[in-house]
Design a protein around this ligand. Structure first.
Ligand code: F6P
Length: 378
């Protein structure tokens, strides 16, 4: 019998966190279950810092709000946590403290809202005997085993609006307008917004590009009398035989992906300008993609995920991730989500060992983009 549950939101924020929290809380209340929220993700679990969530006070009026009412942490890997001892920085596995906290306060289930790193830690807690249920969050849409993550649709909408706006200024001044979007090592945001916004070129991490081939597309357009072009570049895109562009490497501690991607948009703009003779400008969209109110689609998806996760808890199905499979709510084992990333506590976040979902050439979105002549620079 489930009586008391807790929610934690972890990783970079997305629009839709609050809608998921509301979905869980409302479904919990309908079933006589008490709900709590750990503050700032796994850090809250470690520090035993939580608040009561209920739909008449703390979790009221939050459906349309961006951010997270219980915060989120991007650097709390409790299996390899950065601490200072005797003036020295060391990394410690503090997960047993978290396990004790869950047991001490009698939480029958912990809902983990997050991307692949968060779900890996969730799987590791499940191996330690904690009842966990994951919900796939990220604007990058790269969590394995689900067709869509919450927050992604809002990011695509923001990127699409940006493309529309770049389109008109590019057309006026006969320029190449480059838009750098997020997505880390997956090109979903770039691909879907390029289709939605009618971009001419789309460069994504999954398809290393040849800048000369991209420039050829712009030359072809020039021949047709179109003296402007719109290019969408995913932050993780790289030229054939080249490397990804990194803004800096942050000290987030070991076991957390600490690479801040960025800079590819400027590089692509400069190269296209010199190859085509057209002026080029880059816009880096950045955190606009994560903040603010969720789209109607994300509000509904987030509510569905929240309600489903609570249903799973009531059915006693733990160690799973709520997913969308063939367009319908379902669940899969966290083991399948984490994939080959087996080592407990060693790695968190997108890394070489991650099992993330990337764009493939047999996906409808790639096929559609290809069919309508969007160039991938390949
Ligand atoms: O994973 C979501 C995301 O927004 C990525 O698209 C981006 O690379 C990264 O997070 C930025 O992380 P941070 O918030 O740590 O700067």
């Amino acid at each position: 019998m489930i009586k008391k549950v807790a929610i934690l939101a972890n990783g970079g924020d997305v629009s839709g966190f609050n809608a998921v929290i509301r979905g869980i809380v409302k479904t919990a209340e309908s079933n006589g279950v008490e709900c709590y929220g750990f503050i700032e993700g796994y850090r809250g679990l470690l520090n035993n810092n939580f608040i009561k969530l209920d739909s008449s006070s703390t979790a009221s009026g939050i459906l349309h709000k961006g951010g997270s009412i219980i915060g989120s942490s991007t650097n709390a890997n409790v299996f390899n946590y950065k601490v200072e001892e005797n003036g020295q920085v060391i990394y410690k596995d503090l997960s047993d403290i978290c396990v004790e906290n869950v047991k001490k306060d009698g939480f029958d289930c912990v809902f983990t809202l997050g991307g692949d790193g968060t779900q890996k830690s969730a799987r590791d807690f499940s191996l330690k005997g904690i009842n966990v249920i994951g919900i796939p969050k990220t604007i990058d849409n790269d969590v394995a085993c689900t067709e869509i993550t919450f927050g992604y649709n809002t990011a695509v909408s923001v990127a699409t609006e940006a493309i529309d706006r770049l389109h008109s200024t590019g057309e006026t001044h006969h320029r190449i307008m480059v838009l750098e979007v997020m997505g880390r090592y997956a090109g979903w945001i770039a691909l879907e917004s390029a289709i939605a916004g009618g971009a001419d070129i789309c460069l994504i991490p999954e398809i290393p590009y040849d800048i000369k081939i991209a420039a050829k597309k712009i030359e072809e357009r020039k021949k047709m009398g179109k003296n402007f072009s719109v290019v969408v570049v995913a932050e993780g895109a790289a030229p054939k035989g080249g490397t990804i562009s990194v803004e800096n490497v942050r000290d987030n501690g070991t076991g957390v992906d600490n690479t801040k991607l960025g800079g590819i948009g400027n590089r692509v703009a400069k190269e296209l300008e010199s190859l085509t003779g057209l002026e080029a400008r880059n816009t880096t969209l950045g955190y606009m993609q994560r903040g603010g109110t969720p789209t109607a689609f994300d509000r509904v998806l987030s509510t569905k995920y929240g309600a489903k996760a609570m249903e799973l808890a009531l059915e006693g199905k733990f160690g799973v991730l709520a997913v969308i499979k063939n367009g319908r709510l379902d669940c899969v084992s966290l083991e399948d989500v984490v994939g080959n990333n087996k080592k407990i506590g060693a790695v968190s976040g997108n890394t070489a060992e991650s099992n993330i979902r990337r764009v493939t050439k047999d996906h409808d979105l790639y096929r559609t983009a290809y069919d309508i002549g969007i160039s991938f620079g390949e």
